[in-house]
Design a protein around this ligand. Structure first.
Ligand code: NAD
Length: 389
């Protein structure tokens, strides 16, 4: 169980680029990072609007002279100080991730970056090489995968409790873009290929599904996929507001994934069903406390987080204990803690720890971008089956 006790050498001096007052995801980062005293927020270039960013940073408790106008100023200011930041989170629109991450790494600062990590696998590989050369960590905030029931699912699959995995069924949908008003800042950049990259909903929400499936099914690789995508609001083309992806895995399993932001009226968010030869499991972040476990020929079971009957891997990362809600904020806290432990190990030169330590890092970010590249290649070929590259 995680109880806030320190597991790293010292609190990390932490900064943020983006995630300002009007940003959608900034508070999730702060919820994750500031929970256990593992990070201290000491600097930021929080906002494109520098005055608003400074005012916001001061209200968060950051010293005014460490609320910077741009990320370049942040790097210049922080590298000039003895107590400069150890790590910076990048919570800005997609097109800025690559340039900001590279600049931070070049300045010797660890990075925690939003998904989708970059636009291309080639960019991911360039940054992976740079981080390795500099001895720095790149974490990626796939925030849902810290939940203890995700790790329960992974443990059940690893221990053979489902048998051989046959079917993977995943959905992340909402209806917030069912209408054609794309004027809000956060929608405007998401629906423009220059600022979002080659995808809208596939990158925005589909990468969460894909990474969670990698955590639960690390032994399975996609062999080929077919992606069919469509912009129901034509002005969003060539980006999609809806997509379905079929996947064939190397163990013979079949996968089906649906992402959409035009699923009018739907607030279901994410749903996962993993079907094996003996049993199935199903989890949704609408009811994150519960995992449905169905063994063929037996009554359905609903497993609750934090209960002693769960696997040790799940109980080890539980925070609230059974009876009390464990949700997205707790999951983000685990992700931030695991990244802090990776940074701490890297700083101590403990490569043995890093060999087995689980956290979403540069590889997870790269595989998300690789999956997107394959989806786009298939969709652009007229929803054709393509070999996974
Ligand atoms: P947003 O448009 O709501 O907010 C972006 C924030 O970044 C704003 O505060 C803006 O002023 C600031 N900003 C933009 N460019 C900047 C720059 N160059 N320097 C400093 N600040 C800058 O966007 P959002 O929805 O918060 O998304 C940001 C990123 O987070 C995207 O990559 C998105 O895909 C990702 N995201 C991830 C999750 C998740 O669950 N992990 C959830 C939502 C968004």
């Amino acid at each position: 169980m995680i109880n806030g006790e320190r597991t790293t050498s010292r609190p990390l001096r932490w900064g943020m680029v983006g995630g300002g007052r009007t940003g959608q995801v900034g508070y999730k980062h702060r919820t994750g990072a500031l929970r256990d005293g593992t990070y201290q927020l000491v600097a930021g270039a929080f906002d494109l609007d520098a005055d608003r960013g400074r005012d916001f940073g001061v209200n968060l408790g950051v010293a005014e002279d460490r609320c910077y106008t741009t990320y370049q100023d942040l790097i210049a200011g922080e590298t000039g100080r003895e107590d400069g930041v150890d790590v910076v989170s990048v919570a800005t629109p997609n097109f800025t991730h690559f340039e900001i991450t590279k600049a931070l790494l070049n300045a010797g600062i660890h990075v925690i970056c939003e998904k989708p990590l970059f636009f291309t696998v080639a960019e991911c590989e360039e940054v992976a090489a740079l981080a390795a050369e500099k001895g720095l960590i790149v974490g990626v905030t796939y925030g849902f995968t810290g939940h203890p029931l995700v790790h329960q699912m992974a443990a059940m699959v690893a221990k053979g409790m489902l048998g051989d995995i046959r079917i993977v069924d995943m959905q992340y949908t909402h209806g917030f873009n069912a209408g054609d008003d794309d004027s809000a800042d956060a929608v405007k950049w998401r629906t423009n290929p220059a600022t979002a990259g080659a995808t809208f909903v596939l990158g925005d929400i589909g990468t969460h599904l894909y990474y969670l499936s990698e955590v639960v099914l690390p032994h399975m690789q996609i062999e080929k996929l077919l992606c069919d995508r469509k912009a129901f609001i034509p002005s969003r083309a060539p980006l999609e507001d809806h997509a379905t992806v079929l996947m064939h895995y190397d163990n013979g399993a079949r996968g089906r994934l649906w992402v959409s932001s035009v699923n009018a009226g739907n607030m279901g968010s994410q749903r996962y069903r993993f079907v094996g030869s003996k049993a199935s499991i199903e989890w949704s972040d609408s009811h994150p406390d519960q995992l449905i476990y169905q063994v063929q020929g037996e009554p359905e079971r609903i497993m609750h987080h934090g209960m002693p009957y769960l696997e040790a891997e799940s109980l080890a990362v539980d925070r609230m204990g059974a009876l009390h809600t464990e949700g997205l904020g707790d999951s983000w806290s685990n992700i931030y803690l695991w990244i802090a432990q990776a940074i701490d190990a890297k700083t101590r030169g403990d490569e043995d720890f890093l060999k087995t330590h689980h956290y979403p890092g540069i590889k997870a970010g790269t595989e998300g971008v690789r999956w997107l590249e394959n989806c786009v290649r298939s969709a652009d070929a007229g929803a054709a089956w393509v070999a996974y590259e």
